[in-house]
Design a protein around this ligand. Sequence first.
Ligand SMILES: O=c1nc[nH]c2c1ncn2[C@H]1C[C@H](O)[C@@H](COP(=O)(O)OP(=O)(O)OP(=O)(O)O)O1
Ligand SMILES: [Mg+2]
Length: 209
Amino acid sequence: MTRKLAGERLVIATHNAGKLKEISALLAPYGIDCVSAGELGLPEPEETGTTFVENALLKAHAAAKAANLPALADDSGMSVTALAGRPGVYTADWAERQWFEGEPGRDWFMAMGKVEGLLTQLGPDTDRSCWFSCVLAIAWPDGESAVYEGRVEGQFTWPPRGTMGFGYDPAFVPAGHDETFAELPPEAKHRISHRADAFAKLVAEQFQQ
Ligand SMILES: O=c1nc[nH]c2c1ncn2[C@H]1C[C@H](O)[C@@H](COP(=O)(O)OP(=O)(O)OP(=O)(O)O)O1
Ligand SMILES: [Mg+2]
């Protein structure tokens, strides 16, 4: 069942500052009143699923129930062809949790380095193609939900380049571009990203047009 969003407050159910910024920018033109999981003090649920869909649904349902509001969650990751799709759903886990100047964060450079290390072991002519996936899940307090999947193809590059974006962006060159996602301005990333792809499908089905 499709349930159009209108006039209701929406929880952005992520604890990742980079995602929050991107999802807020994607939502901005629609005038939806948003609040983040962090602002509401919601706990970060354990991601026990083995697929993006399972984890996105788990996060959206947990936030919708806890806040008694509709909630939008994102589960995403990078899959490398030559690594049989790894790290995939475990993309965040490959980056150890660390403290940076008193703030909790993750060591993305180390995580990208793990991918690079595995590709290097496979030899100099290894296929470096990879893709980002994003599953957006929207859930309501009564248990209803819907999921939308997006994807963007590209190449894993080393060393990492650029300072924009977040996560694995500095090592990802989207197909048809020379710059990494961390070198492209946010508007350019929003035209082609896995998140923007999933978001367009969400908008088409769930937003009052
Ligand atoms: O556009 C992207 N540009 C770069 N890296 C990205 C992107 N999209 C996902 N990624 C990577 C990093 C992220 O940590 C992981 C997803 O892990 P994932 O569990 O979905 O997110 P998370 O734990 O960081 O935040 P939360 O679960 O609170 O939404 O994939
Ligand atoms: Mg997570």
